[in-house]
Write a protein that binds this ligand. Sequence first.
Ligand code: XMP
Length: 514
Amino acid sequence: RIVILDFGSQYTQVIARRIRECQVFSQILPHNAPAKKIAALKPQGIIFSGGPASVYGKGAPHPDKAIFELGIPILGICYGVQLMAHHLGGKVEHSTHREYGPGMLHLTTKSPLFHNLPEVLDIWNSHGDKITKLPKGFRAIGKTDNSPYAVVEQPKKRFYGLQFHPEVVHTPRGKDILANFVYQICGCKMDWTMGSFIDQTCEEVRQQVGDDHVILGLSGGVDSSVAAALLHKAIGDQLTCVFVNNGLLRSNEAETVQRVFGDNFHVKLKYVDASTRFLKKLKGVTDPERKRKIIGNEFVRVFEDATKQLTRGKKSKFKFLAQGTLYPDVIESVAIGGNPASLIKSHHNVGGLPKNMKFKLVEPLRQLFKDEVREVGAQLGLPKEIVQRQPFPGPGLAVRILGEITKERLRILREADAIVVAEMKASDWYYRVWQSFAALLPVRSVGVMGDERTYAQTIAVRIVESQDGMTADWVRLPYDVLAKISSRIINEVKGVNRVCYDISSKPPATIEWE
Ligand code: XMP
């Protein structure tokens, strides 16, 4: 495996993903992880991420110095190579002009890091400081117009450094450089595959769970669905899934989950139709935060009730609760230079964990990135409509109906949303965007239909692209696709006479409307 030390770069997770794309397991640790702890993991290589700090800066993150004595190859990226220079006797200086954007790398000396790569490469820079003197034993092997030390190495110790960012897509051959580091320099084998992950995880889950029973809140989203399929493979009928219909689902959603998991996979599935309960609680509520709170609390109650019902009269209680927690949710992190972006973001899991229920946790996906989860799902035989599914908020359509939630308004939104989805799929856009959905606005406007004046509701269409939901941009969808969506909604959905396209990005808007 490869250990990546996080010095606060926005790209740390991207580095980890690139390494895994080489079929080598990678793990992110905080920058100050003790060398002993790192050595205990027996990594074949270590990567220092970039970071926003300056090596001399107050509070700048540094690694445990003993890390340089472990005899393990190290690759420093950007701030990471500056750290290496700084700690091993070189010099780093604040540069008068920041090098940001595309650049051209000229290799001057042959190195295994550039095995099978051309001598001139397009690269992507983003740094202020730069190395001005190399530590003893180091030499430059590549340069850019702006920096004589764009690539450095200390071949005996197998220390390598890149001033630019090989992990981003703007460095087209960057992945090959990282691959050379892991294969040529660290000697890693390609043994991280989703097939081997599935086998190993099934074995671990069986060990962990023994003869006990596991309960899982299945939402139909990618994470809980893949967790369910994986656990079902591991422990079969010792797994029970609870699917709560909160009345705020999209059209056909409950049916799809029952068909896929009940009929096809034969998972023990308890379907709870709690829609009346939820809608009653939401009656008259228009405040977005209150909606969310009510739905969250109600979910916990419904889930508890379902668990109690399932355990009644049985000896075997559920000892374990399974969750579809992913790797980005569990990466340990430390704030760097007060940069909140470097702190772990709070994650909202499927409806939230019942806090006062005493379960042990089973989290079979906690080592995986989202792409890997999708691949595991596909390998387990889940259909594309589930594994490639767009994110859907826990509070469901409630946060896409502005104003009061009524049965009638739910009907309108469901029908409009189904048209958006159908047209996105028909035009091949659905799987190319982050999210595409309809929202129902709390306004009515005047229109004409035939010879009659109408006074009806407005649908907003929201289609965004995003990497992780933290920032997003609206999709420049072709006009003809938008036109089709609009005319179908107005013609087919009773009660709607106007459709708008939301052209705001996040920030300052959010993806959802509430
Ligand atoms: P916003 O609206 O904050 O959404 O830009 C960012 C992403 O998160 C999803 N989202 C949620 N997901 N529970 C969830 O599981 C929630 O309460 C929730 N609220 C928003 C949203 O769909 C988008 O992908």
